[in-house]
Design a protein around this ligand. Structure first.
Ligand code: FAQ
Length: 330
C-alpha cells in the first residue's frame, strides 16, 4: 500500500499503523479506489491540500486567459479568431468548474480570489511569461495545453469526487486546445522563412517554462508524497515532465523545429529522452513574483475584482432582500 511504502522511504507520510481509526478508514477507502465526497469525513490536511491545489488550478485557468486574450483582436484570420475566442472562453469555464469544486470544501470563491490577490495563493508560473508574436498562440496551445493535459488526464482518477468530475470535462476541451495550437505551429513552421523563424523563437521561449509547469524536481517537491498517498496527485512531477518530453520531442521533429536543449538525446537503455532541467532559480524567482509579467497579471485580476464590486454588491443586496421577504412571510 502506498501509505506504508512511503514511510519506509522517510517522506513523513503516516503508515496505516500510525493512523487513528478514522484516518485509517479514510486511507483504506482511498487505497480501495473509492471517491471521497463533500459530506464525507476527511482529515483537515486533505481538505486544505485540495483547496490549495484546486484553487491554484482554478486561478491558473482564469489568469491563463490573459496571455491568449491579448491576441484575440490580432488573430490573422476570422477563423483563427473564432477558434481562439472559443478556447479562451473554455478556460473561463474550466476556472468556474474548479472554483465550484473547491467551494464544496468550505471555501468561497471570494475568499480564494482575495487569497490570490494578497499573495496567499498561487497560479501557474507559465502565465508570467509574455506572448510576443502570433506564433506564441501556437506554442501556448501545443506546449502549455499539452503539459496541462499530461498533468490533468491522471487527475481524472483523483480521489476527491468533485475534482475528478471537473477534470473529466476539462480534459475533453484541453485536447481541442492542444490540437489547435499544434495546427498553428504547423502552419507557421511550413510557411515563409520568417514564419518558421517565429515558430522556432516561440518554441525557444516556451520550452523551459512549459517544463516548469510540472513543479520542482521530485527531490524538492514538498507535497508530492502526502498528495500521492491521498491520490490528490497521481504521479510525481518528474514522471510527468519525462512523459511530456517523450511525447513532445517527436512532434517538434515533425514540425522541423529544434528543441532548445543541447543535451537532448534518446536514451536507449532508459527508453526515454535525456534532457536538461529548467533553471530552477528562475522558477523560484517567478514564484516569488519576479517573472516578466507577474505584476501585470495580478494587476489585471485586481482591476477585474474592483470593477465588478458593484455586481457582487447587487447580488448580495438581492439575496438579503429575498431572505428578509422570506422571514417576513413566515
Ligand atoms: N507554478 O510540492 P510541489 C493550464 C508550487 S492549468 C506555480 O511539487 P504540488 C490550463 C506549489 O504550489 C495549469 N507554483 O507542489 C491552461 C508549492 O507551493 P505552495 C495549472 C508551483 O502542488 C492552458 C511548491 O511549488 N495546473 O495550464 C508550480 O504537489 C492554457 C512546491 O511544489 C494545475 O494547477 C508551478 N508550475 O505540485 C489555461 C494542475 N509548481 O503551494 C489557460 C493541478 C509547483 O506549497 C491557457 N496542480 N508550484 O506554496 C498540480 O498538479 C500540482 O499542484 C503541481 C505542483 C504539479 C502544479
Amino acid at each position: 500500500m502506498y501509505a506504508q511504502m512511503v514511510k519506509s522511504t522517510g517522506t513523513g507520510v503516516k503508515s496505516l499503523d500510525e493512523m487513528d481509526p478514522r484516518e485509517r478508514a479514510f486511507q483504506e477507502r482511498i487505497d480501495a479506489g473509492e471517491k471521497i465526497e463533500p459530506k464525507d469525513w476527511m482529515p483537515e490536511e486533505y481538505r486544505k491540500t485540495l483547496i490549495r491545489q484546486i484553487g491554484q488550478h482554478a486561478h491558473s485557468e482564469i489568469v491563463g486567459q490573459l496571455p491568449e486574450g491579448n491576441w484575440i483582436t490580432r488573430a490573422p484570420t476570422l477563423e483563427r479568431k473564432a477558434i481562439l475566442l472559443a478556447k479562451v472562453q473554455d478556460e473561463a469555464g474550466h476556472g468556474l468548474y474548479l472554483y465550484c469544486a473547491a467551494e464544496t470544501l468550505g471555501v468561497s470563491r471570494d475568499e480564494m480570489t482575495r487569497m490570490l490577490l494578497d499573495g496567499r495563493m498561487k497560479y501557474s508560473s507559465i502565465f508570467n511569461y509574455p506572448t510576443l508574436t502570433w506564433a506564441d498562440m501556437g506554442a501556448v496551445g501545443w506546449l502549455v495545453d499539452g503539459a496541462a493535459i499530461m498533468n490533468q488526464v491522471p487527475l481524472q482518477r483523483t480521489s476527491y469526487g468533485p475534482y475528478s468530475r471537473a477534470m473529466i470535462r476539462i480534459c475533453k476541451e484541453e485536447s481541442f486546445h492542444q490540437r489547435q495550437g499544434f495546427d498553428i505551429m504547423m502552419k507557421m513552421a511550413n510557411g515563409t522563412a520568417a514564419q518558421k523563424k517565429m515558430a522556432q523563437d516561440a518554441l525557444n521561449r516556451f520550452w523551459y517554462p512549459a517544463l516548469m509547469m510540472f513543479g520542482p524536481s521530485d527531490k524538492d517537491s514538498v507535497h508530492s508524497a502526502q498528495s500521492m498517498a491521498w491520490k490528490i496527485k497521481m504521479n510525481t512531477n518528474d514522471e510527468l515532465r519525462q512523459k511530456f518530453v517523450d511525447q513532445t520531442v517527436p512532434q517538434a521533429e515533425y514540425l522541423g523545429l529544434t528543441v532548445p536543449d543541447d543535451k537532448l538525446a534518446w536514451n536507449e537503455e532508459r527508453g526515454h529522452y535525456d534532457f536538461s532541467e529548467p533553471d530552477w532559480d528562475e522558477f523560484y524567482d517567478v514564484l516569488k513574483g519576479n517573472g516578466p509579467c507577474n505584476r501585470e497579471r495580478l494587476a489585471a485580476r485586481q482591476k477585474a475584482w474592483d470593477d465588478n464590486q458593484w455586481v457582487r454588491d447587487g447580488l448580495l443586496a438581492h439575496a438579503q432582500k429575498r431572505e428578509a421577504m422570506k422571514v417576513a412571510a413566515e
